[in-house]
Design a protein around this ligand. Sequence first.
Ligand code: PLP
Length: 423
Amino acid sequence: MTHSYYNILKLVSIKNYLILTFNVEIDEAQQMYSQLYFDYNATTPCLKEVVDCMLPYFYQDFGNPSSSHHPYGWLAKSAIEDATLIIAKNLGISPRSLVYTSGATESINMVLKGIARKMQSKGNHIITTKSEHKAVLDTCAFLEEDGFEVTYLDVDSEGLISTEMLNKMLRPDTILVSILYANNETGTIQPLDEISKLTHENGSLLFSDTTQALGKVDLSKVFKLVDFACFSAHKIYGPKGIGLVFIKDNEDGNGLPSLIQGGGQQKNQRGGTLNTPLIVGFSKAIALANDNLKVEIERLGTLRNKLEKGLLKIELAISNSTTSQRLPNTVHISFPYVDGTNLLTALSRQIALSNGSACNSASVEPSHVLTAMGVERSLAYASLRLSIGRYTSESDIEKAIEIITNEVAKQRDSNILWERRAL
Ligand code: PLP
């Protein structure tokens, strides 16, 4: 991992957090800082180039982009227009099809609640899957309370939906199909071509949560297949707190009703002062991700394969991410005869990783994605998600394999069931 600017920032912030929040001694905080980072699906560091291009909009060109009577406002407005053109060009979509939000969670709420409201006269049925991100599942649960009917499709042991089942479940009153493109826990990519065909033949709209796919796969065909998609800058080395929703038919600004009223910004599709620095930073992050996409996919795929191969050498280890169509950066493995909580706690001193989605880490339940795939509960607990990124090196991979191999062995040594397994 490269040091310098990014690591200094990291050192200061992590140390301060640990010291202030947990009263951790300075030396201990320093030691914890030196851990390996294998949680890029949870979030990524902001690139220096991204931070640099945002800075002037905090203190120099700080105007409100809606202030139309002076140069401060004009400059901010023009920066947003330029950033929007950069984003649209890099994604290969029309600038009119973008609405800025605070992140993917808000975008998901906007699509699901917006379509529910807009299409209510056509029907009240929504189809999604059991392995969606909680932002979709919780919003669907909210809509169910409001009288909408939601069908949750099963996924198979590879995390894929059955398109036959989707076809069976589509009804004349199905207004929306919402299917996660690339799973944040396993990296599994759903067959969007077929899903799009079936959904549109039925006259329904298609939303795909594409948050994890941006910067990791070529998305050019996806925009032709879906009616709505969503993105979040902090997953692609941009700032937190900014995302967008892609609305295919939005030339007149009527593609989705607003969740947030007030001020008339973004053609009334989301009220509130636009955040110039974050939008500029988002555009830089997207441009950088796109510039480097082919090379990065190749590099990540090679490292991912090495990591996965190394971890699968651990006796009885099972991969939960086995399809050929999957993210190049994600490894998800279960270790039988290991207590998942103990494993994660022990590893957390040396490697930053997770056993599921970060947004769900407060939950004591096993990953709903794994249980939907039919993974038994105790095995789902004993599972690790490792997601790599821009700063992951080959030596990080080797260290992680060694640390995890030793820790799994240690955990098993103290497990009587491991001793007895062959008896
Ligand atoms: N959807 C997916 C697939 C995600 O991985 C995440 C974040 O983990 C989200 C939605 C929510 O994104 P945000 O943090 O921008 O609200």
